[in-house]
Write a protein that binds this ligand. Structure first.
Ligand SMILES: NC(=O)C1=CN([C@@H]2O[C@H](COP(=O)(O)OP(=O)(O)OC[C@H]3O[C@@H](n4cnc5c(N)ncnc54)[C@H](O)[C@@H]3O)[C@@H](O)[C@H]2O)C=CC1
Ligand SMILES: CC(=O)C(=O)O
Ligand SMILES: [Mg+2]
Length: 628
């Protein structure tokens, strides 16, 4: 339960973890405890191929970094230029090429260059995975916007043209009855993480059909870079049930099924078949549902969450990140987090993301203020929800059942001069909210008029969350927000923006409020705990860990989310919090040689070491050839 003590407990435990972590980094390689000393990636790699086949396999290829003895041992001599490069030299050569593009891009339009960078990185991904992830991890702040939002959106939009080598698996409506055998076509014996999409709502770009595979690939890049999931054990998946995108339906070069989306039972039976197939081959896999349109996101989550190791990133990951940000916004006002239940929050957007955030925020408020039926009921009145048809009130016909709990009563609205369907600007003007949160996918929705209305906020430091992706869908830019409201606000956006120079020596901080701060840790923590499900408690633990990661000083300076360059560290902490919660809930069944009983005995610090030691990092392994 949330109270001042739990807040303190969290902050001090994070501090303790950081100190321990430094000690542990020193200790790795020495014998801490048999059961969690094997560092991921330190074992030699057994390969069953030789010669040119190795160079064409991105999982094993080291390119010019193969030593002369390896070249002899693996029949590679003469197939590479003679100069053996270190992995660092390889990266320098690659980066010099990539940077040339940046020099040209400095004054040019942004998008084509971002796409060109993606192509260059993707080609590296195709030929040498180890080097690709080394480049990504070492330069995550620079390249997350290329492999992830915003450029990944552009990549999905242009995927038919960009497609060269296949990556991941495609299950289509034509594969009904075949999936159980098809799944064995994937070459890896073990898969830890699947990210699956049906392409129906890719970021805020709508239905992109089969081209949505790009988002599964981008999310899994972060799983490898941030969570240290072994790249040989990730699987991007696209389930192609058709598309309702008229442009794609008419495009002769479109790569997917050119039919309207299947609906109802036909649709569900395909997703069911896919789930059964992947969990039959890999019983311990974790499946992240990504960018399913709202009408299926909730239904599929309810259908599978108690049976399979799965979660929906847009509903649950986003909710956790928003909670962490909302608590940060309370602290940024100089108040304790426990004041959160008093915040007035206007949410624009009642889709999978908006409703996910609303449910989680309401539960968090309720937990903080009594954790009973009465507190749950009363916390409802802190939210005003506006969608494409304006303010949601109970007298709206055919109200979406997921939004119904947040519909305002006509009685409540009367004194404010509001009614069902009132515009966002009127709602903001009358409610005077502490927080204005956008998950609407409508770029520019927080217009100058809306931001002007927020000047009436009763908060000393109103918060604006323009969380829609990609960049052009952000409800407003930080420049717009700071220009209208001045420096005393908190700003977060789903896609990255630059900080704003406020002109008086101060900087307006632009936080990136994106589920990337949670999903990799949720996945890794679930994997390492061996929990059969992803429980609400595990998700809550992840959100609390993220909330506590930011120091008091940072929060007061307007920082409510960590910087992207610390994503690997925050992911490790989140994963450890998830493992700990799974142990406490008695869900942890163990992973590899760490069984449930061993897990139960670990201290908090030991859990962190266990997580760290199981994170893959991009180092070339020693290779040993064995005949099949
Ligand atoms: N920052 C992050 O981590 C995340 C951001 N998102 C973003 O959230 C956005 C929405 O995602 P979903 O909820 O799945 O989409 P959705 O399409 O299901 O929902 C959009 C909602 O916005 C409402 N809307 C449309 N026009 C509006 C207007 N003029 N005023 C107010 N509301 C309006 C719609 O009625 C609907 O309720 C996307 O852009 C997505 O990229 C989603 C997940 C995570
Ligand atoms: C970030 C994310 O998951 C989305 O925009 O859908
Ligand atoms: Mg998403």
């Amino acid at each position: 339960m949330w109270n001042a003590n739990s807040q303190l407990r969290l902050c001090s435990s994070i501090l303790r973890q950081r100190i321990k972590q430094q000690q542990q980094e020193f200790l790795i390689g020495t014998s801490i405890r048999r059961s969690f000393t094997t560092t991921e990636g330190s074992r030699p790699t057994i390969i069953h191929k030789r010669s040119i086949d190795i160079l064409h396999d991105p999982w094993f290829n080291k390119g010019t970094a193969f030593s002369m003895t390896e070249r002899d041992r693996l029949d590679l001599r003469g197939l590479l230029p003679p100069n053996v490069m270190s992995s660092q030299q390889q990266i320098e050569r690659f980066m010099a090429d990539l940077k040339r593009l940046e020099e040209q891009a400095r004054d040019g339009p942004n998008d084509p260059y971002a796409l060109a960078k993606w192509r260059i990185l993707n080609r590296l991904h195709d030929r040498n995975e180890t080097m690709y992830y080394k480049v990504l991890i070492d330069n995550i702040a620079e390249y997350a916007p290329i492999v992830y939002t915003p450029t990944v959106g552009l990549v999905c939009q242009n995927y038919s043209g960009l497609f060269r080598r296949p990556r991941g698996m495609y299950f289509s409506a034509q594969d009904r009855g075949e999936m159980m055998s098809m799944v064995y076509n994937w070459p890896a014996e073990q898969v830890d993480m699947i990210v699956v999409t049906d392409g129906s709502r890719i970021l805020g770009l709508g239905d992109l059909g089969v081209q949505g595979i790009g988002i599964s690939i981008g999310k899994l890049d972060l799983y490898v870079a941030a969570a240290g999931i072994n790249p040989q054990r990730v699987l991007p998946v696209m389930i192609d049930v058709g598309t309702n995108n008229e442009k794609l339906l008419k495009d002769p070069l479109y790569l997917g099924l050119q039919q309207n989306r299947l609906e109802g039972e036909e649709y569900i039976s395909i997703i069911d078949e896919f789930m059964e197939a992947v969990f039959t081959r890999w019983p311990h896999v974790i499946v992240q549902f990504e960018d399913f349109q709202t009408k299926w996101a909730f239904k599929l989550l309810q259908r599978y969450r108690n049976t399979y190791r799965m979660f929906n990133d847009d509903v649950q990951g986003t909710a956790g990140v928003a909670i962490a940000g909302l608590l940060g916004a309370v602290r940024a006002q100089g108040k304790p987090m426990t004041e959160f239940p008093k915040q007035k929050i206007v949410v624009a957007g009642a889709g999978s993301a908006g409703i996910g955030v609303l449910n989680a925020a309401r539960q968090t408020m309720s937990r903080m203020s009594g954790n009973n039926e009465a507190s749950f009921e009363s916390s409802r009145s802190q939210f005003w929800v506006v969608d494409a048809n304006g303010l949601i009130a109970e007298d709206r016909p055919n109200i979406d059942p997921d939004a119904l709990p947040f519909a305002r009563t006509v009685k409540e609205l009367g004194p404010l001069g509001l009614q069902s369907g009132s515009s966002l600007v009127d709602v903001v003007r009358q409610v005077k909210p502490d927080v204005l949160l956008g998950l609407s996918a409508v770029g520019g929705l927080f217009s100058t008029e809306v931001l002007e209305a927020l000047k009436g906020s009763t908060s000393s430091r109103p918060a604006i969350f323009a969380m829609s992706n990609p960049t052009k869908n952000a409800e407003c830019t930080p420049d717009e927000a700071f220009a209208v409201l001045g420096g005393d606000i908190i700003f977060a956006s789903g896609s990255p923006f630059k900080d704003v120079d406020l002109g008086d020596g101060r900087i307006g901080h632009c936080n990136q409020g994106n589920n990337m701060y949670l999903f990799p840790g949720i996945g890794l923590g679930t994997l390492l705990s061996g929990s059969r499900i992803v429980s609400d408690g595990m998700l809550q633990a992840a959100a609390e860990c993220l909330a506590a990661y930011i120091t008091e000083k940072e929060v007061l300076n307007g920082t409510i989310f960590p910087c992207v360059s610390s994503i690997r560290d925050i992911t490790k902490q989140v994963a450890a919090a998830v493992v700990k919660e799974a142990i406490e809930e008695d869900l942890a069944e163990g992973y590899r040689d760490m069984d449930a009983r061993e897990l139960q005995k670990l201290s908090q610090e030991e859990i962190l070491t266990y997580v760290q030691n199981n994170m893959w990092s991009p180092q070339y392994p020693t290779m040993v050839y064995k005949k099949d």
